[in-house]
Design a protein. Sequence first.
Length: 271
Amino acid sequence: MTSVLSDALPDTRVGPLLRGWRERRRVSQLELALRADSSARHISFVETGRSRPSEEMVLRLAEHLDVPVRERNALLLAAGYAPRYSETPMDDPSMGTLREGIDRLLRGYEPYPALVVDALYTVVAANRGIEMLMTGVAPELLTPPVNVMRLTLHPRGLAPRILNLPEWRGHLLHQMERQMALLRSDPLRSLYEEVAAYPLPAGAGDDPRAPGDHPSFALPMVVEHQGRILSFVSSISTFNTPMDVTVAELAIETLLPADEETVRALRELSA
């Protein structure tokens, strides 16, 4: 007799996993077959377990379904093949060129803030612009590993100084929701539940200094810093065609000044 517990366990066979990714991407079997130069019949046989896909087919389907690199390894293992993509720690000597390139990029962006985070929003690297914004943040939030979502939304973090906190908080939570739709990550879901439960500081959103008109091109983060009002829009970049899980999950976030007042203030503060 099958127990209730075993009934609740997720199906880890490659066919159901591929079907889950296809349904998540809202792609029909026929459409996927056309993309992958296969047939809908073969895709059906793979998903139901009647046919074992080759290693090449697993990778081809994963590519056309835009499956994250970490999950491609999981698909290969489920199909009985060895993982294709390594997961190299950032402090490994082989990552030295990447680290140097990231450091040069972050320094070159100063005095504007920029940082690099991983899939769980842990800060991998940051420049002096970010360090400047963190003035006044509780020391425990700055103890490694530092998490940018906690830094931003915690009541003892940057949140009390974000003048349009309800809007910016909603943007960040929506960003995490999109990320959870791409990654099957229990730690990411736990982080989301934690930061979503943080209480809003008293009077959040009622600060008369918060500008009523936002730039038309993007929602800014408006933050008070040492008596100045700074306004930033966020841009996020990732690496193209990564062949390593660590690199695939890195994201470079740059905070671009949204007005001339912020440009002048950052130049004065950096000087």
